[in-house]
Design a protein around this ligand. Structure first.
Ligand SMILES: *[C@@H]1O[C@H](CO)[C@@H](O)[C@H](O)[C@H]1NC(C)=O
Ligand SMILES: *[C@@H]1O[C@H](CO)[C@@H](O)[C@H](O)[C@H]1NC(C)=O
Ligand SMILES: *[C@@H]1O[C@H](CO)[C@@H](O)[C@H](O)[C@H]1NC(C)=O
Ligand SMILES: *[C@@H]1O[C@H](CO)[C@@H](O)[C@H](O)[C@H]1NC(C)=O
Ligand SMILES: *[C@@H]1O[C@H](CO)[C@@H](O)[C@H](O)[C@H]1NC(C)=O
Ligand SMILES: *[C@@H]1O[C@H](CO)[C@@H](O)[C@H](O)[C@H]1NC(C)=O
Length: 607
């Protein structure tokens, strides 16, 4: 055939130049095999010929014989009791002696020609004090991780029978089970598993394999230099999504984050991807959903990775799918998902509109503005079934409460009193809301930034309590400036994004009237919110009216009607009006998440 002709021409060129001293025949010489074989006296060695390969000849169709020769004697090595086994492409030499070192030549003969190659066997004594082989390969153990070493004899294992492997560290046998010295070590097939790696685990490890091969009993060993890598990244954990159901309105935007914590120090190689039912979601910004680039933030003992799945507009076809955040590292593959469902109150909406419409028709358009809050709250009380229950939205808290001391402002006892006592007393005690208040609810020892960010993410609202001096610079060093502190607080937490993107509804609670001078010190994000949505003013209903005669410009327009009442109340500054106080709580409740069928707040409350 053409092919064989080609092969023949090929050989004649080579075989004339390449000479074989072995058997007086001309073989194409493939030189010296790159991989050398190391052994020690008393053990066995396996040499493998790489000539039986597609780049040499087509061994699947061309018949061939494999022979091995010792280069010193040019004697063909065939099966020899207690010493030699030839199996396939491999030559096994048992009970190695120093004299066995040297070149072994493999010749493969085919009807069209032959090929030869030499393999070098190096025999050295074991290193006396280390009990290991003189030639070692390096394997890395990762500090603090559960890691493993692999015995490099996997090629041998495939061929031999009845093998057992024993591991030594330096000269000591690593014994399984029951030995406290080796409690963190466990042998598993050709692996040595090491739990909770420590720096002192570095050193020389030797695996010794005893085996049978065609009636011969042999032993082969290899030594690994285990080095402990101090920089490490452990198995990542997905903090969000929560494998739960997320509800969204058709046509509304939705952003869902995948948050992953990778414990460890140093470089990590962790990738984070969003997939919908195993279909990778595009990274290109588009009308359809896409994944934003991965972001990364260093923490004390690891790194936070985050990737947002962005639905510019939630469409019909986005519903009833599982969105999975897939995280892979060289240590593990982990994932978490959420299922997107349509908000179920949608079909009730027309009823709501109808009822509201009826109310407005009965001449109430007139009184609606001032009493909008009352009407809305009344609706919530009377028709709880009209509202979507927020319990299944994956959030843990109804509101996250932040007050001056958190970002370094001057802590007035008042603000603290309000945030730590009055607010929870009413919202938690009377209305059954669940609040997160830093200092009260964060775990001791938990890194502040992590606690803040996690808790904000797990909250439906953010209540920002501030007074006139909260953001005022004292004019000392920049580090102490509350505005600086606020900015760094914002940057460190999700606040900045939250405030700017409006992804979390923020409720501003103003404890006292703010003067224009104080206002000038306010951070842009707060000013922006205050302008856009106004604040709920506590001072209107309490005695905290220090800056008399000033209007709370940022307060809600809808309170116009209420303003007059507020003025009346403030006339008696030292006797806070019960009704206006209840007015404040009403307004707060109005902005809090709807409770649905859960317990409802008392209508008239004195705090
Ligand atoms: C011997 O070498 C061949 C060709 O490189 C390879 O396919 C085979 O796995 C090797 N066998 C052993 C036991 O190392
Ligand atoms: C070897 O021969 C078989 C059968 O003719 C053929 O399918 C295969 O592609 C050949 N392989 C090479 C490397 O030439
Ligand atoms: C292989 O060896 C057998 C037996 O020694 C012999 O009959 C056959 O011709 C040889 N084949 C080749 C390709 O050398
Ligand atoms: C191993 O033996 C070779 C000779 O066979 C010698 O050249 C080499 O230095 C020895 N190496 C060690 C590490 O003992
Ligand atoms: C493997 O070991 C078992 C029991 O020790 C023995 O019966 C069997 O013959 C051995 N197999 C080989 C191939 O040596
Ligand atoms: C989403 O995943 C959950 C849990 O694995 C499974 O029960 C549910 O059937 C999946 N839903 C879809 C739409 O594939």
């Amino acid at each position: 055939m053409d092919l064989s002709h080609m092969w023949f021409n090929f050989f004649s060129i080579f075989c004339l130049t390449g000479s074989s001293r072995a058997v007086g025949e001309f073989c194409k010489d493939y030189g010296e095999e790159f991989e050398r074989v190391f052994s020690v006296p008393g053990e066995s060695a396996m040499l493998n010929s790489t000539l039986r390969a597609p780049n040499v000849f087509n061994y699947t169709i061309v018949p061939h014989n494999i022979s091995w020769y010792n280069s010193k004697t040019w004697r063909e090595l065939t099966r020899e009791k207690g010493k030699i086994v030839v199996r396939g492409t491999t030559l096994w030499i048992f009970n190695i002696e120093m004299e066995d070192a040297g070149y072994y030549v493999c010749i493969i003969r085919t009807p069209y020609g032959c090929f030869k190659q030499s393999n070098l066997l190096i025999v050295n004594q074991t290193i006396p004090d280390k009990c290991g082989r003189p030639y070692t390969t390096e394997q890395v153990l990762t500090n603090k991780a559960n890691d493993k070493l692999s015995c490099p004899l996997t090629q041998h294992i495939r061929i031999v029978d009845n093998y057992t492997i024993q591991w030594y560290k330096e000269c000591e046998l690593i014994t399984n089970a029951g030995n406290p010295l080796w409690g963190r070590f466990k042998t598993y097939n050709e692996k040595l598993l090491v739990d909770d790696v420590r720096p002192e685990d570095s050193g020389f490890y030797t695996c010794i394999m005893t085996f049978n091969l065609e009636g011969h009993r042999g032993r082969i060993s290899d030594t690994i230099e285990g080095t402990v890598k101090m920089s490490f990244s452990l198995v990542p954990s997905v903090v969000e999504p929560l494998n739960n159901i997320i509800k969204a309105d058709l046509g509304s935007p939705l952003r869902k984050r995948c948050r992953v914590f990778v414990p460890g120090v140093g470089k990590h190689r962790v990738s984070v991807f969003w997939a919908a039912e195993d279909k990778f979601i595009s990274e290109k910004i588009s009308e359809d959903n896409f994944q934003e680039p991965k972001s990364e933030r260093k923490a004390e003992n690891g790194v936070w990775l985050e990737r947002v799945l962005n639905f510019p507009v939630v469409k019909e076809e986005h519903f009833y799918l599982n969105y999975t955040c897939q995280v892979s590292s060289d240590r593990a593959f982990v994932s978490a998902f959420f299922t997107l469902l349509p908000t179920d109150a949608n079909h009730l909406l027309p009823l709501w509109i109808l009822l509201t419409g009826l109310l407005m028709l009965t001449g109430s358009a007139f009184i609606y503005r001032p009493f909008k809050i009352d009407i809305v709250l009344m609706f919530r009380r009377m028709f709880p079934f009209l509202y979507t229950n927020t319990d299944s939205d994956g959030k843990v808290y109804d509101a996250y409460v932040t007050y001056p001391s958190l970002f370094g402002g001057e802590v007035s006892g008042e603000a603290e009193m309000f945030a730590l006592h009055m607010l929870p007393q009413f919202l938690e005690g009377k209305c059954g809301y669940k609040l997160f208040i830093l200092g009260r609810d964060s775990l001791p020892g938990q890194a502040i930034v992590d606690a803040v960010e996690e808790s904000i993410q797990a909250s439906r609202r953010l209540i920002l309590v501030y007074s006139g001096t909260t953001f005022c610079s004292r004019g000392h060093s920049d580090k102490d400036s509350p505005v600086e502190a606020w900015q760094s607080f914002e940057r460190q937490t999700a606040m900045h994004r939250t405030l700017l993107e409006g992804s979390l509804q923020v409720i501003l609670v103003e404890l006292e009237e703010i003067t224009p001078t104080q206002l000038a010190f306010f951070p842009e994000s707060v000013l922006h919110l205050r302008r856009r949505q106004g604040a709920i003013c506590w001072w209107k209903s309490s005695r905290v009216r220090r800056n008399r005669g000033l209007k709370c410009g940022g307060c809600r327009e809808m309170n116009e009607g209420e303003d007059r009442r507020g003025e009346l109340a403030s006339a008696s500054v030292f006797s806070p009006s019960l009704s206006s106080s209840s007015r404040f709580w009403k307004e707060l409740r109005y902005y809090m998440p709807v409770r649905g069928k859960r317990m409802s707040c008392p209508e008239r409350t004195a705090c």
